[in-house]
Design a protein around this ligand. Structure first.
Ligand code: NAP
Length: 310
């Protein structure tokens, strides 16, 4: 069939771009469907200092833009669209994109995971200006400052503990007084001299969008509804991530939180369908590990097509 693609890549974060680079260099003419958040989580961050090869660091958006240019140089094609529906039971695989149907022999799912946000307008306005979902990426910028971490699970504990390296004080704000975090992580956080736990408390507003920086949080005690202001220079969200895999429900296996299950790193249970990056990795969630698994998925696509005789 002439109009059947060799490989379609869903998602344009580190995993997607790397898969595109490798499949393009294998002359497979990949089509990348960029999705809702082009560039992925790196496009939401500022200076990336832990991606090898950039001794002075590189801005997150610049890093993903470079990856894309590199893949395009070898013939990768990008479309700023998202997939409405995927039918993995057909051969070739059928993807619905708006009113168009795309047929492909192989599919690389690199749709990532999106940070869960509180959803406050003031929070959204200050992303990248003191509001962050990535302590590893942005913690360094708040050296010597008081900051806040939101959440009561392991992610929040981990972020809070990590941020004590930089911050003078970390206020850990949780909406209940029971924690989902594992005992050991919770105890470590509770015992840390720089961490103060503020429980039964929610964030009503992040101040101050008009100054384009975080100056304080307007907090509310859930027991008596009293509000108060906590001066901080940053708010880190540690309230979980949502893997972008919902459309594969019933077609691919997921864990209890919706992350795609893979075997041998990138294989899903459907032949020719591979998954890489944060949509299947709840453990490492780093740009470099996402890029690595994008490479693995691409190499498996090459092998799969070779075995099919393409
Ligand atoms: P999680 O365990 O689901 O915890 C999310 C936390 O955020 C909960 O405390 C929840 O509060 C809170 N939350 C969710 N939505 C909120 C909202 N809208 N407003 C305020 N608070 C909100 O997620 P996670 O911490 O990301 O962990 C996910 C999984 O990864 C867990 O299995 C965890 O053990 C694992 N993990 C492990 C490590 C490690 O071992 N080093 C590190 C990170 C993650 P409620 O409790 O009230 O629902």
């Amino acid at each position: 069939m002439e109009n059947v693609r060799n490989v379609v890549i869903m998602g344009s974060g580190c995993a997607g771009h790397t898969a595109a680079l490798y499949t393009a260099r294998a002359n497979l003419k990949p089509l990348v469907l960029e999705g809702h958040e082009p560039g992925g989580q790196l496009s939401l961050t500022t200076l990336v200092e832990n991606f090898p090869g950039f001794p002075e660091g590189i801005q997150g958006p610049e890093l993903v833009a470079n990856m894309r240019r590199q893949a395009e140089r070898f013939g990768a094609e990008y479309k700023l669209v998202h997939v409405n529906k995927a039918d993995l039971s057909t051969s070739p695989i059928t993807l619905q994109v708006g009113n168009d149907t795309i047929l492909t022999r192989t599919l690389i799912i690199a749709s990532g995971a999106s940070a869960r946000w509180l959803g406050l307008p003031s929070e959204q306005a200050l992303i990248g200006h003191g509001v962050s979902s990535c302590a590893t990426c942005d913690g360094f910028f708040f050296s010597g400052k008081d900051i806040a971490v939101i959440g009561g699970g392991d992610s929040a504990m981990e972020e809070a503990l990590f941020l004590t390296r930089f911050a003078t004080k970390v206020n850990l704000i949780h909406r209940r007084d029971q924690f989902r975090a594992s005992k050991i992580m919770l105890e470590r956080a509770q015992e840390h001299p720089k961490i103060e736990m503020i429980t039964n408390t929610v964030v009503d507003e992040v101040l101050d969008p008009s100054q384009k920086e975080v100056t304080a949080l307007k907090l509310r005690d859930t027991r008596d509804s009293k509000t108060w202001e906590l001066p901080v220079s940053a708010m880190f969200l540690g309230i979980g991530h949502i893997p972008n895999a919902k459309m594969f429900e019933g077609q691919l296996d997921t864990d209890q939180d919706g992350y795609l299950k893979t075997t041998n790193y990138v294989f899903t249970k459907v032949p020719g369908v591979f998954a890489c990056g944060d949509v299947q990795d709840r453990r490492y969630r780093q740009a470099i590990t996402a890029a690595g698994s994008g490479c693995m998925a691409a190499l498996e696509v090459e092998k799969f097509l070779e075995d099919l005789g393409h």
